[in-house]
Design a protein around this ligand. Structure first.
Ligand code: SAM
Length: 446
């Protein structure tokens, strides 16, 4: 178990960041491939990576890598793996297959052959076949086919690693925790927070970015609250795992930097607060309701990380998710105050601006506005103007699929990092806010 070939898949664009993380967690230099990092490590490294990686989707152990031409070759490759050192025939399993330019006509049939090979091997050794469970298997086997090679892995993670175990309240379009962590790593805040640099997400939704950030600031391991597939495998030794958990628990600190989040929807703010509670960072992050176009900076300088709404109505001073009466009451409270809930004064022009309607008050109108895109197209120039005027000294990182966003904001990005939000190609644009204007440093894809 000391010389395992490990592979950690990740979102495309995140490979180099993941390789750095692997080095930090294990001390091992991995090799970044497209959409993953490969390394030689021990079983203990596999456990540590499950516990500490914020960027990997899962931790796989490679068990076979062979040439193939037919389904029978796949059967032979899978039958030669010593599955019995990993699990017993009483446990259930599932085979997942992916392919790039495979000459085989049916991937389903290929997966079936591999499943048969695993089951036959157990029957020959123990006279019992393990059952397949496609929904909640104890063991996941991953198979990757290229034109000529088959690679077979056993998964040690189980549920994908973006499931940290704290999210119950999702909101409408939550970011995956792994992508939020990639934004934080790409912005460099994971290092800056050691010097106390604050982080603020003014469109925080269910709080994913702020909660990830607060866990980083408190050195809380992302996997500390969840279970993993490896806990059911034969090599698993509870005392080793308990030792790693104790070590991770003992490393938790007071936050090294302040973290703030706000959202125009009070419903989202409630979600974010409940999620933060479950993630163990209720005291390390401050969430507030409020319009990103009005909120003043919660600190003199810092890093903003934003996953703004796309293709949905952007509601100025809206109060989504509350009854009309409660909404009206909150709107009047919100307008009446000149100090915001982070203790900062509201921008004067902004405080005087007429708030628009509760975004849930008239769905038909919302639909019309969404389709025309009229209101949404106002939002980004207004946001940029608000930042130029009030956020000098801050650096903003905005994740968007809209490659023309800097032009729409009339800001020049100082950096752009390609990132994938699932199947959607995005950029993380960095804007260095300078009073009254934007720094005009042209950028290339990082
Ligand atoms: C794409 S979602 C962000 C999701 C978030 N990253 C998460 O993981 O849950 C965009 C968020 O922007 C909020 N929003 C829309 N217009 C806003 C405004 N004017 N000011 C502040 N937040 C706004 C929406 O309520 C929504 O929660």
């Amino acid at each position: 178990m000391n010389q395992l070939q490990l592979f950690l898949p990740c979102a495309a664009g995140v490979e180099a960041l993941l390789a750095t993380e692997v080095q930090r967690v294990t001390g091992i230099t991995g090799k970044a491939w497209r959409a993953g990092v490969q390394l030689q490590g021990s079983w203990r490294d596999a456990l540590q990576l499950n516990l500490h990686s914020r960027l990997a989707q899962r931790v796989l152990i490679e068990l076979a890598h062979n040439q193939y031409r037919s389904e029978q070759d796949l059967y032979n490759a899978a039958a030669s793996v010593a599955w019995e050192i990993w699990f017993t025939p009483k446990q259930t399993f599932k085979v997942e297959i992916t392919a790039q330019h495979s000459p085989l006509t049916s991937l389903n049939f290929a997966a079936l052959k591999i499943k048969d090979a695993i089951a036959d091997r157990f029957r020959e050794k123990f006279d019992v076949r393990p059952d397949v469970d496609t929904r909640w298997p104890d063991v996941r086997v991953y198979v990757h086919l290229t034109t000529e090679t088959v690679t077979i892995y056993i998964d040690t993670s189980g549920e994908p690693l973006f499931k940290r175990g704290w999210r119950e309240d999702k909101g409408d379009a939550p970011l995956k925790e792994t992508l939020a962590a990639a934004m934080i790593a790409a912005s460099g805040w994971d290092v800056l927070c050691q010097d106390g640099v604050p982080l603020y997400d003014p469109c925080c939704g269910s709080g994913t970015i702020a909660i990830e950030a607060a866990q980083i600031a408190c050195n809380i391991a992302p996997g500390i609250n969840r279970r993993f597939a490896f806990q059911k495998y034969l090599p698993f030794q509870p005392h080793v795992w308990d030792g790693l958990l104790d070590q991770a628990g003992a490393s938790i600190t007071e936050p090294t930097a302040a973290v703030f989040g706000s959202d125009v929807s009070f419903r989202m703010v409630d979600f974010a607060e409940r999620n933060a509670e479950r993630a163990g960072v209720a005291d390390a992050v401050q969430f507030r309701g409020g319009d990103a176009l009005q909120r003043m900076p919660p600190a003199p300088s810092g890093v903003m990380l934003v996953n703004p709404p796309y293709g949905e109505r952007i509601d100025v001073a809206g109060v989504a998710g509350v009854s009309a009466a409660e909404g009206a009451q909150r709107r009047s409270q919100f307008q009446g105050q000149s100090i915001d809930e982070f203790g900062q004064p509201l921008a004067q022009d902004d405080a005087q601006r007429e708030p628009r309607r509760d975004r849930n008050a008239n769905p038909a109108r919302e639909q019309a506005v969404t389709e025309s895109g009229e209101e949404a197209s106002d939002f980004f120039p207004q946001l940029a103007a608000h930042w130029k005027k009030n956020y000098a000294g801050w650096t903003a990182h905005v994740l968007t699929p809209d490659l023309k966003l800097p032009g729409k904001m009339r800001l020049k990005e100082s950096r752009r990092v390609p990132m994938w939000n699932g199947p959607i190609e995005c950029r993380l644009f960095r804007f260095d806010m300078v009073a009254g204007s934007a720094r005009s440093k042209p950028a290339r894809d990082a």
